[in-house]
Design a protein around this ligand. Structure first.
Ligand code: NAI
Length: 330
């Protein structure tokens, strides 16, 4: 079993300046939590709409090279695929010895796309929570889970810093919060594995379920509400998190339980089991990371084509009509 931590000493970093690089999903949520907790936060951003949002929220915004000079703790809150070029151009040349670099995912360190110098602490504090949840939980007095890891312990205090930062952003030291001792490798492999297997399959299974119901004379509205639009899935995933993967089934009708237990396993065919093992192999040997880096270099041709296909699909078009009627989309 992994070691779990429920609290940390945030006073260790109380007098340090935290340079949040990026003000997107995680950057904005973490910066707001840190500021509310009395920590010194400045933002480093390119001049885009995110910089404007940070200024609107009352933060001082510097260019990325400038903020690296100002900050004692550098937090990498920009997308993984842009981090390597930003690191080489803006961060590495301005990074002085003794600083602390915090990654919010293990991706670039694990694959070696970023090679930080040996004279800084390099740690990972990876929230298992979307940015919105990082902020909402904080505002509601709750914590959230993070995976923590150390890639370079220059000061000898790197593990303490992971806990100090976890506490400062409101992850631990609050109900529901926990920091799980992990590593850049474990975080990257498990995160990508979810995305490449059940999480993607889940969306496409629901989309196919929609097609089958429509073929069988069900109205688009009834089909979509049954499958995802009602929000029932929120209650189910909440029950999974709180009660357990299968334990939550007890809260369904017995007819539903029987249907789940008889038909559910039939979808986990030998092909699916093989695909899951192929996915983890391609994650671990770097095949996926190379494919994604190439995709970025070529200007995202496959990514854009796949989005195009999704947006032309019947399920997207029908959903668009329903969501406009329900005023969920403008
Ligand atoms: P995001 O997509 O919200 O990042 C937006 C920010 O990146 C903006 O400030 C924007 O100005 C900046 N940015 C975009 N392109 C740039 C470029 N070419 N050069 C410089 N700055 C650029 O990022 P997000 O989703 O918050 O992810 C940040 C980190 O947090 C990543 O390492 C990610 O893996 C990790 N993470 C994200 C989670 C999430 O909920 N989105 C959950 C857990 C970890």
């Amino acid at each position: 079993m992994a070691r779990l931590y429920f609290d940390g000493n945030a006073e260790l970093i109380r007098d340090r300046t935290i340079a949040m690089i990026g003000f997107g999903n995680q950057g904005s949520a973490q910066a707001l939590n840190l500021r509310d907790g009395g920590f010194k936060v400045v933002i480093g951003n390119i001049e885009d709409e995110y910089a404007g949002r940070a200024r609107d929220q009352g933060f001082t915004v510097y260019s990325i090279p400038e903020v690296v000079k100002h900050g004692d703790i550098i937090v990498m809150a920009i997308p993984d695929e842009v981090q390597p070029e930003v690191w080489v151009r803006d961060i590495a040349p301005n990074l002085l010895p003794g600083k602390i670099v915090i990654f919010l995912s293990g991706y670039n360190v694990y694959y070696g796309f970023i090679k930080p110098p040996k004279d800084v602490d390099v740690v990972m504090v990876a929230p298992r929570m979307i940015g919105e949840g990082v902020r909402d939980n904080f505002v509601n007095g709750k914590g959230f889970p993070v995976l923590i890891g150390v890639a370079n312990d220059h000061s000898g205090k790197a593990w303490d810093y992971t806990l100090a930062y976890s506490k400062a952003i409101g992850a631990i030291g609050r109900p529901g919060g926990v920091a799980v001792e992990s590593s850049c490798e474990e975080e990257t492999v498990t995160d990508l594995f979810s995305e490449h297997t059940w999480a993607g399959a889940f969306l496409f299974l629901l989309a196919e379920g929609y097609n089958v119901l429509i073929e069988n004379g069900v109205s688009p509205e009834a089909a979509m509400l049954e499958l995802w639009a009602s929000g029932e899935l929120i209650a189910i995933t909440k029950a999974i998190a709180e009660k357990g993967l299968f334990a939550q089934l007890k809260g369904h009708s017995t007819t539903s339980q029987y249907g789940h237990l008889t038909w559910g396993p039939r979808y986990v065919t030998d092909d699916v089991k093989r695909l899951m093992r192929d996915a983890i192999r391609q994650i671990k040997d770097g095949t996926f990371a190379r494919e994604w880096a190439l995709e970025k270099m070529l200007g995202y041709p496959v990514f854009n084509r796949l989005w195009d296909e999704v947006m032309k699909s019947r399920v997207w078009q029908d959903e668009d009509k329903l969501y406009r009627v329900l005023e969920r989309r403008k």
